[in-house]
Ligand binder design. Structure first.
Ligand code: DC
Length: 222
């Protein structure tokens, strides 16, 4: 049985994880949130008290990091050296750590292998920044999903306040802009649409409409 691979890339707060999860459920695919993998490396480095942009300090730690994914009806769980860190990696401080470690080529190579292996074994909806350009350049369907900075800041603000975190909207907006800049200007696998990606701006459409568009594209290409 051959696999069908859907790559969803785009900047932070563009609803990739939510849409990927819903699309995977609808199509019966496995969802792989690659941002969670970078976040797990970021969390490990944070706990070690190391600087996330210090490649000389980060790279030797990779051999101590073991990441496993678990799949359930509710989506993906992620384990860092056996510990379920699915919630801990969502803390706001970890976002900056994830962004910084993700600019280190050895960190990317470390996770790339895992990501390709998953996509070879299962039909996947894989979301990230470089899935259509680097990880799965011959994916059957590539989506580049985005929304305005204002809309994305609003969404992140609501997500964090709902979890009880105290945050400031303006600070979130600045952090998003900064992370966009880092993610799209880094030398290693910058966040840019693949030439053959379908671009979806979801500033003014619902999650359901976004998922329906992806399902329709899948039907056309299967
Ligand atoms: O999607 P996210 O916010 O959970 O991603 C966390 C960080 O990881 C983000 O700053 C960009 C980085 N990332 C990446 O470089 N490549 C991916 N495929 C996924 C995420």
């Amino acid at each position: 049985m051959s696999v069908f691979r859907i790559a969803i890339d785009g900047p932070s707060g563009a609803g990739k994880s939510t849409v990927a999860k819903a699309a995977a459920k609808k199509l019966g695919f496995v969802v792989v949130d690659t941002g969670a993998m970078y976040r797990s490396v970021g969390l490990y480095i944070y706990r070690k008290g190391l600087q996330p942009d210090d490649a000389d300090a980060v790279v030797p730690q990779l051999e101590n990091i073991n990441i496993d994914l678990g799949f359930s009806e509710e989506g993906q769980r992620i384990y860092l050296n056996g510990e379920d860190v699915s919630e801990k990696i969502r803390q706001n401080e970890i976002s900056a750590y994830a962004s910084k470690v993700s600019a280190i080529p050895a960190v990317r190579a470390f996770l790339l292998e895992m990501q390709r292996k998953l996509a070879a074994e299962h039909s996947v909806v894989m979301d990230g920044r470089d899935i259509g350009t680097v990880v799965l350049p011959d994916a059957e369907l590539k989506i580049f999903q985005t929304a305005s900075v204002r809309e994305r800041a609003k969404r992140r603000y609501l997500e964090l306040t709902e979890k009880g975190q105290t945050v400031d909207l303006e600070t979130i907006r600045k952090e998003i802009e900064e992370r966009d800049y880092n993610d799209s200007h880094r030398a290693a696998a910058p966040c840019i649409p693949a030439d053959d990606a379908v671009i979806i701006d979801n500033s003014n459409i619902s999650i359901e409409e976004n998922v329906a568009m992806i399902a329709a594209l899948y039907e056309m290409r299967r």
